[in-house]
Design a protein around this ligand. Structure first.
Ligand code: IPM
Ligand code: MG
Length: 353
């Protein structure tokens, strides 16, 4: 098998964590006989500085031609004052939209030996295995917005079709898991949420009667994620709620740096990125946790290349390294920490062994 991968390192710690993930990807490719053609392109502030746009045409064209895209992170204080449509984040939103990546899969698992990295009690963390499906190309992120001197607005819009397709993606994932979907909304206040809830009720009754559907208001969901995290299987929600809830959920695992994601559309290229940001405060110091990026590479192998054995081997190698006591600073809990490069190399070595 051969595959073309575009790597978009981006800003801040993005280049460091993608370098580690690419080393692991190459090791997995060698071991499982996948010929990887890897090229780099610019996105975010790094692209704005060179090309005057956070998503240059050449980058988008390269991504459209690729089998999959691996992205680091975008943003940082250097670009705080650039026009809103040229901000690094605008490049990320634009690529998600342009590639039609409406379903953002964010798995959250806890590992017993990392319990000391989480602020929650260990007994709460047992058996947590959640798949958050965040709608990624609609809602308030993409609605009409305006700012004047004295006022501003952002609008949240969803069509039935946009809601249906992400609900279907969540239901199919639940079928291969524990068969339960929690749909999160704010139906007591928002019309988009009432449409979301009605659509969920109908779609699950008509098409997924074998999957259990539960509705939860987003404020309650934020609380239940801490009080009964092990009860959740698949959580599906709109763009903004999913952004917020997954940062919260990362603390179940122990750190933002641990969580990967896969952004998928109806077909075609998938985009894989850690859920963390560019962390400019620690950029260039070789201390960022590359697990989120490496586990995103595992999701790439699984979802875009259909290489389940290679994906599982990468995930196993990460877990083994963590279990052996290799920890970056964010999860070291007072013990000796290893750097980004050393952690990536250790995972790659395990795959080569
Ligand atoms: C994420 C990030 C992005 C988002 C930012 C960088 C635009 O927070 O992927 O979770 O809000 O989607
Ligand atoms: Mg976020």
């Amino acid at each position: 098998m051969s595959a073309r991968i575009v790597v978009l390192p981006g800003d801040g710690v993005g280049p460091e964590v993608t370098t580690a993930a690419v080393e692991v990807l190459r090791a997995a490719g060698d071991r499982f006989g996948i010929e990887l053609r890897i090229e780099e392109a610019l996105i975010g502030g790094a692209a704005y500085d060179v090309a005057g746009s956070p998503l240059p045409d050449e980058t988008l064209a390269a991504c459209r031609e690729a089998d999959a895209v691996l992205l680091g992170a975008v943003g940082g204080p250097n670009w705080a004052n650039v026009p809103v449509d040229k901000r690094p984040e605008a490049g990320l939103l634009a690529i998600r939209k342009a590639l039609g990546l409406f379903a953002n899969l964010r798995p959250v698992r806890t590992l017993p030996f990392l319990a000391d990295a989480s602020p929650l009690k260990p007994e709460k963390l047992a058996n947590v295995d959640i798949m958050v499906v965040r709608e990624l190309t609609g809602g308030i992120y993409f609605g009409k917005r305006q700012r004047t001197e004295k006022a501003a607005f952002d609008t949240c819009e969803y069509t039935v079709e946009e809601i249906e397709r992400v609900l279907r993606a969540a239901a199919k994932l639940a079928r291969a898991r524990r068969g339960k979907v929690t749909s999160v909304d704010k139906a007591n206040v928002l019309d988009t949420s009432r449409l979301w809830r009605d659509t969920a009720t109908r779609i699950f009754a008509d098409e997924f009667p074998d999957v259990t559907l539960e509705h939860l208001l987003v404020d309650a969901a934020a609380m239940h994620l801490l009080s009964r995290p092990a009860d959740f299987d698949v959580i599906v929600t709109e763009n903004m709620f999913g952004d917020i809830l997954t940062d919260e959920a990362s603390m179940l695992a122990g750190s933002m740096g641990l969580l990967p994601s896969a952004s998928l559309g109806e077909s075609g290229v998938g985009l894989y990125e850690p859920i963390h940001g560019s962390a400019p405060d620690i950029a260039g110091q070789d201390v960022a946790n590359p697990c989120g990026a490496i586990l995103s590479a595992a999701m790439l192998l699984r979802h875009s290349l259909g290489a389940e054995d290679a994906a599982a081997a990468v995930e196993r190698a990460v877990i083994e390294c963590l279990e052996a006591g290799l920890r970056t600073r964010d999860i070291a809990a007072g013990k000796d920490a290893v750097g980004t490069r050393a952690f990536g190399a250790a995972v790659a070595d395990r795959l080569r062994a």
